[in-house]
Write a protein that binds this ligand. Structure first.
Ligand code: ADP
Length: 348
């Protein structure tokens, strides 16, 4: 069987999902991140509860694995509401969405993952549902056609997306709260690792968890996954305790380097440097050379490389930076090009 990919975005199977779900905090107070988002949510939840109304619609955007799904569950728990979970690609026809909407109970939370992948036809039904808690749909056709107006129970929509830029403006503006989730700090990741190690009853040294956190690509989902690999390694090759030599050896075996890059990250940078002379090169060309999906590269691989200064997005394509050459031990450096950055409207 294929190995689970370390930086895989979605769950990589039932075991991974179970593991993730078990480690999710249930309440806002258990959430890590001193971030203003938690405070904003706390206030909105309390205000909605006092008014006995559902909470405002929330849009969470940012790279995968940073906590969008977790927050949706936490919000539902804090509101004492049930949560229904679906995703953009699962809602292929308007009837799929209408079926879900009409079955919502008062104050339910509807979580739509990958909301940027809703089709325009489905999206149209979301607007009146979000604004006025109703759906209008046409039955029959020709002279017999009539519009049926169905009231819905008041609910909260929580949308998650890795690509806010692909969201249509009418949809985006209908969310009362919109927040970008950033990569986590090393300290927050350390807290996450410690929380997971304690929950899993694994003995550990603080230094070792700091080392692990530093290589988790700023992503709690990856921190948890690496922790699981290190636990296996410690159990089989060590004395069961997570100490620094164990973490180093386990991560080396997984191909995770000192910056937390894995095999695909390095192949991505090497392709730009060796095949495309450092760039600039279009993302589709890199994807074709690597035999990977463009979406995977844009959603999963690039954000961390951009943030780490190993990659630049220029008007003419992707460019490996001097830091990338240095990190990979390749002599030379990037070609001198006009490195004007894309603006946020860039669609890739
Ligand atoms: P996303 O939906 O953005 O892909 P998830 O919500 O699945 O990310 O988060 C991945 C994992 O990160 C969760 O299983 C959980 O263990 C951890 N996590 C996310 N957000 C938090 C948080 N605020 N506090 C503690 N752990 C978190």
């Amino acid at each position: 069987m294929a190995r689970e990919k370390i930086i895989a975005t979605q769950s990589t199977g039932p075991a991974d999902e179970q593991f993730n779900a078990a480690l999710r905090p249930a309440r806002l107070d258990e959430c890590i991140g001193g971030d203003e988002l938690l405070e904003k949510l706390r206030i909105s939840i309390q205000a909605a509860r006092q008014r006995e109304e559902p909470m405002e619609h929330v849009l969470l955007h940012g790279p995968p694995g940073l906590g969008k799904t977790t927050l949706a569950y936490v919000i539902a728990n804090e509101m004492d509401s049930a949560i229904k979970v679906t995703s953009g690609p699962a809602l292929t026809r308007p009837s799929d969405l209408i079926g879900i909407l009409t079955n919502l109970e008062p104050s339910d939370v509807l979580f739509i993952d990958e909301i940027h992948r809703l089709t325009a036809a489905v999206e149209e039904y979301i607007y009146p549902a979000m604004e006025e808690y109703k759906v209008d749909f046409v039955v029959d056709s020709g002279m017999h056609s009539r519009t049926i107006n169905l009231p819905l129970q008041p609910f909260t929509l929580i949308g998650a997306t890795t690509r806010a830029g692909l969201l249509s403006p009418p949809l985006r503006t209908r969310f009362g709260i919109a927040h970008h989730l950033d990569f986590w700090s090393a300290e927050d990741l350390f807290l996450r690792c410690r929380m997971s190690a304690e929950m899993l009853k694994i003995a550990f040294d603080d230094d070792a968890l700091h080392a692990l956190a530093a290589r988790a690509r700023g992503t709690p989902r990856i921190a948890n996954r690496l922790l699981r690999r290190c636990r296996d390694y410690a159990q089989v090759k060590g004395n069961g305790r997570l100490d620094t030599p164990t973490i180093d050896a386990a991560l080396q075996l997984e191909g995770i380097d000192v910056l937390g890059l894995d095999e695909l990250d390095r192949r991505f940078l090497r392709t730009i440097i060796e095949v495309y002379k450092g760039g600039p090169v279009g993302i589709e060309a890199v994807a074709a050379t690597l035999g990977e999906e463009t979406d995977t590269l844009v959603d999963v691989v690039e954000p961390f490389l951009l943030q780490g200064g190993l990659l630049a997005r220029t008007r003419r394509g992707r460019l490996a930076t001097g830091k990338a050459y240095e990190h990979l031990g390749i002599v030379g450096g990037p070609p001198a090009v006009d490195a004007g950055l894309f603006n946020d409207g860039d669609k890739t």
